[in-house]
Write a protein that binds this ligand. Structure first.
Ligand SMILES: C[S@@+](CC[C@H](N)C(=O)[O-])C[C@H]1O[C@@H](n2cnc3c(N)ncnc32)[C@H](O)[C@@H]1O
Length: 320
């Protein structure tokens, strides 16, 4: 999903993305795409602020019942317009989905440790703890023994089921707006970003916040393109530096996406780090490489080469 597409297309695209996971958001997004009054209101927002995840979450924050009818959403958007607008303008979609680790852990398992993990676009840094979870990849196998919560992704293909947890010697990251796991308001907003019907994700998020609170991650505030070189220097003495990101690069302008791709390709070629990307199918075209990616799937890639098509929230992984 691209942020700067025509807004109707964006909401229809989002409805497809949400279908199956959130019938409520699917209905809401399709409703918005057909509602001239709401579309006109969206048009008054800066393009970057029209994204469905943000607008729908802001409406819920101000009382739109979810799951609930499209009318409930519409009423809040139009009748509590000023409050919704203020929330849309002051907050961001920083959904931190630790479930994605179930699709990243098999890739981490291919790397020689110990690992020094650098997450760009880390949000609250919840994905920096792959060693603190157990994993199940039905029907292929699992990885247990961490004593932590269990993450599950349905798997197809010859998924390389890791035999042991990654040894993480260092972890850190950067975000434009790093969220502090001890900040109750920030964590409540994170919870509000979980889609309506997804009680399991909400439960997992609470568990993940608990995991991170035991050893709060070191996150820098700023743009990933500015901070990456310093983070690499800091991480490298501790182990194999692994730069990773999921659901982040769509937020960059197209020119910055290209810059980021070139930067990472160069760093990998110089042997300075490994690179795990997990992004929507149209976000890093040079990585996707013109391949046919199933709708709604992320491209999970190692060092710029796709290894799997993954569910955007980590519920499934199709190894290539
Ligand atoms: C949808 S969240 C994903 C968080 C996390 N990667 C995950 O998978 O759960 C995207 C995050 O990227 C961050 N972000 C977007 N553009 C960024 C940039 N240019 N530099 C650093 N962080 C950025 C946002 O602030 C947000 O926290």
């Amino acid at each position: 999903m691209l942020l700067y597409d025509d807004v109707i297309e964006e909401y229809r695209d989002f409805a497809t993305y949400a279908a199956g996971d959130s019938p409520c958001f699917e209905e809401w997004a399709l409703g918005v795409a057909e509602d001239d009054e709401v579309l006109a209101w969206l048009d008054t927002l800066p393009p970057i602020k029209r994204q469905p995840n943000l607008v729908l979450a802001a409406a819920r924050w101000h009382g739109a019942p979810a799951p609930g009818s499209y009318d409930g959403l519409r009423r809040v958007l139009l009748e509590r317009e000023a409050e919704v607008r203020a929330t849309v303008m002051s907050r961001a979609t920083q959904t931190n989905e630790v479930g994605r680790l179930a699709t990243l852990a098999p890739v981490l398992g291919l790397l020689d440790g110990p690992l020094a993990l650098i997450e760009v676009g880390a949000s609250a840094g919840l994905c920096l703890f792959p060693d603190r979870y157990d994993y199940v990849w039905p029907p292929l196998g699992g990885l247990r023994g961490s004593g932590g919560p269990v993450l599950t992704a349905e798997a197809t293909g010859a998924l390389p089921v890791p035999e042991r947890h990654p040894e993480v010697a260092w972890r850190g990251g950067v975000d434009l707006n790093p969220l502090d796991v001890s900040d109750e308001d920030a964590m409540a907003w994170l919870e509000n970003l979980v889609w309506p019907e997804q009680d399991e994700r909400r439960h997992r998020l609470r568990e993940a916040i608990g995991v991170a609170r035991r050893e709060p991650p070191a996150l820098r505030r700023g743009d990933l393109l500015d901070h990456l070189p310093d983070l690499l220097d800091e991480a490298a003495p501790h182990g194999t530096p692994v730069v990773f990101h999921s659901a982040v690069i769509a937020y960059l302008e197209e020119a910055d996406r290209d810059r980021f791709h070139d930067l990472m390709t160069g760093l990998v070629a110089e042997g300075r780090c490994r690179w795990i990307s997990n992004e929507g199918r149209r976000v890093l075209p040079a990585v996707t490489g013109g391949r046919e990616v199933p709708s709604g799937r992320f491209v999970t890639a190692l060092d710029g080469v796709p290894v799997a098509w993954s569910h955007g929230h980590g519920h499934a992984i199709d190894w290539l």
